[in-house]
Design a protein around this ligand. Sequence first.
Ligand code: G6P
Length: 496
Amino acid sequence: MAVPRTAPILVASNRGPVSYTLAEDGSLTARRGGGGLVSGLRAIGPESGGVWVCAALGEGDREAARRAGDSHLNPGDTGGQQVRMLDIAPDVFAAAYNGVANSVLWFVHHLLYQTPVEPVFDAEFAEQWAAYESYNAAFADALAQEAVDEAVVLVQDYHLALVPAMLRERRPDLRIGHFSHTPWAPPDYYRLLPDDVAAGVLRGILGGDRAAFLTERWATAFADCCAAVLGAEIVRDGDGSGGASGGGGGGGRVTAVRFEGRETRLGVHGLGADADFLRERSRQPDVDERLSTLRAQIGPGRKSIVRVDRTELSKNIVRGLLAYRRLLETRPEWRERVVHVAFAYPSRQDLAVYRDYTERVRRIADEINEEYGTEGWTPVALHVKDDFARSLAAYRLADVALVNPIRDGMNLVAKEVPVVSGRGCALVLSREAGAYAELGEDALVVNPYDVEGTARALHEALRMSDDERADRTKRLAAAATALPPQAWFLAQLRAL
Ligand code: G6P
């Protein structure tokens, strides 16, 4: 039976707000996720009739999706949210998600192809690209079925770059926006992609009415790619006639891209931290309990340098460890007086390069502990089991937070730490994180490739006076919460 067109607002993303595990007796357990989109959507509430379309990621999800058929998941599992989970064939999903989205598009936007990780565009990739197209088409079909006339559709991220154009073809009446949660690669780097893929991704996003980004920098890079790859025209502020193509010229902010007779507006919405939620959650007893455990592990009178990341190449965890090692080497006064608490949660373990990276992180942490550790002091406390309550506990006690990604769309850890921090926390921040645009002034800013410079910044951060640290933290928290998730979500809706 066809789904009636009832949804006035739709969100589409690869990962949805809920995931399922399947027990041997066939029962399903739902687990709700967090994150900006989930809390953003709360701004409109279940009564708005909004529908979220996402992919089934594992066996449990697929079973739940099969049981729901063309209907929505059980609202009891989703906090009342209407969710349509797409049961995409496992081989199509794996090729689209692992092969194209996470291996190639993620690597291009984060500039991760640097020897020894090389891009491979062979026959297998061509097949994966075809799978990516059909995975995107599955989303476009579902959205076209669900959306009421002139509905607003917010398509999320690099997994679904082709959806805006595919959806416009099926439903020209809809208002379609795309939001990129990643950085956008500069044109010379973007053109590593095979020509049809490079053009296909841009045409896909330009199929929408609006393309939005986390910072001005990524929006500009996107427009520059449209000019360089498609020959599209870039429209800038105060420049009604359209500015220079080819990425040069025109001083103003980019506001739109004109291509094949259509105009796609560009927008910037810097997702902020959810202060109310974080402050409330970080005072819960399970967080207190973990705080005591962490304090005991660090030891009395010692300072802590905290990092919290998925184990992700773009997060630059290895260089962070090397900088810490360099700090211990060049500033022996910190030995026995500081602990690097590194949370590196497993991510995308289907990909060999992520497994290797996880291994390297472990190995270097072990090496540092062997080299410098003493009877009563373990210099690196590496935790790999994902535990949100423990991350919050670490935010509360951190003296220094290390956020040094090679490139990052935003980086919410940089924004969450100052909000939750108890006594104030010095932030060592990569200039390549989107958050730098808003937090740069009160952070100690580093070039993420510069291990020596990062070691110096760690030293400065550790010796910052209590007053200065508290002042800076206050200003960081204000900047970090300027656009909380619900306002971020509503701003996108309004703009469409
Ligand atoms: C990035 C992407 C998100 C994604 C997240 C986790 O932040 O922008 O869309 O959800 O990584 O990645 P995963 O592959 O685990 O969904």
